[in-house]
Design a protein around this ligand. Structure first.
Ligand SMILES: Nc1ncnc2c1ncn2[C@@H]1O[C@H](COP(=O)(O)OP(=O)(O)O)[C@@H](O)[C@H]1O
Ligand SMILES: [Mg+2]
Length: 309
């Protein structure tokens, strides 16, 4: 467990983290999302002691051993995959006679056995990041700190790296802190998420809740590509019509299809949030559906008043 208590961090005169209070439970995948410059890297560097708080304190379980993974992979170009992973063992407490087996086992775990003797320049981005993960895992850390580790990868490689992190979390019981500016990376694997903006945590909750009930504008902006379909434009509405944004689960969507006749669906998006399917749609309706009905039959709704001349 990691606990931030009223932590602030300043560089020169500028306060880049302001009064952070945060609890990260063991064996969780904890996401931290924010735009560039929000303070994410500083926050993660406070956890492993690369930075110290200007105010407040950070408490870690006594036995925590952490490893860090970076967006830039940070591999040595003149060394092979095997040698890069071996470097991490140099200063570890793992006895030397166990190193070889440990390295081969770890490379196997991340699916890089066949590239053991390759150099970083011969690898794709996704493969380089697998080596980054192997180098982090080889010392048996209980905490994995990941700073934008999928940000430079193509969508397919991103998915695979996230799946690997999930496997590490589930099988090795490693606590993972995942820093990113991409909600897509949070969606599949994080248990809990903190949204950070200008050095402050503005929203912190379970991933499902953040997606289904976002409160802050910045959170909604982060979610916009994922959970909001295309909204109708003013000109396309007739007088008296209203637009509703509806978020439904599968059962509600089925009910909706059977029962809602006086309206049409403008655009619809299907989203899987932690494996559960939801439907987000814009409905244009001539009649007032009524908030009681909406409350009963949707997860979330917003009635948008659009004035048509
Ligand atoms: N060592 C440093 N010295 C001075 N300013 C820093 C230092 N590290 C980070 N900052 C500043 O702190 C702010 C947050 O940076 P950072 O934590 O890297 O944000 P993020 O990772 O969210 O992009 C930025 O304005 C950055 O310029
Ligand atoms: Mg950063």
């Amino acid at each position: 467990m990691i606990t931030f208590k009223n932590v602030s961090k300043s560089f020169n005169q500028a306060m880049v983290l302001k009064n952070i209070n945060l609890t990260i439970n063991s064996q969780q995948i904890f996401g931290i999302i924010g735009t560039s410059g929000a303070g994410k890297s500083t926050l993660i560097r406070l956890i492993n002691g690369l930075e110290i708080p200007s105010q407040g304190s950070i408490e870690l379980d006594s036995k925590i051993q952490s490893s860090m993974i970076f967006q830039s992979y940070a591999l040595l170009q003149s060394k092979t995959v095997y040698e890069n992973v071996r470097l991490a063992l140099k200063f570890s407490s793992i006895p030397k006679k166990e190193h070889e087996k440990k390295i081969t086992d770890t490379l196997d775990y991340v699916g890089m056995t066949e590239k053991s003797n390759a150099y970083p320049s011969e690898l794709s981005g996704g493969q380089k990041q697998r080596v980054g993960i192997a180098r982090a895992l080889v010392t048996n850390p209980s905490l994995l700190l990941c700073d934008e580790i999928t940000s430079a990868l193509d969508p397919n490689a991103k998915k695979k790296i996230l799946a690997l992190l999930k496997k590490v979390n589930q099988e090795l019981k490693t606590t993972i802190v995942l820093v990113t500016h991409e909600m897509e990376a949070i969606k599949e694997i994080c248990d809990e998420v903190a949204v950070i903006d200008q050095g402050e945590i503005i929203e912190c909750k379970k991933t499902e809740e953040l997606f289904l009930f976002p409160e802050k504008k910045i959170t909604k902006d982060f979610l916009s590509d994922i959970i909001y379909p295309i909204a109708p434009k003013q000109a396309e509405l007739n007088k008296g019509e209203a637009v509703y944004y509806l978020l439904l689960n599968a059962e509600q969507y089925h009910f909706f299809q059977k029962n809602v006749r006086n309206g049409y669906v403008y655009d619809i998006k299907t989203v899987h949030i932690k494996g559960i399917r939801y439907f987000a749609l814009y409905l244009i309706s001539e009649v007032d559906i009524g908030s009681a009905w909406l409350q009963e039959h949707t997860i979330r709704y917003e009635r948008k008043e659009i004035n048509v001349p």
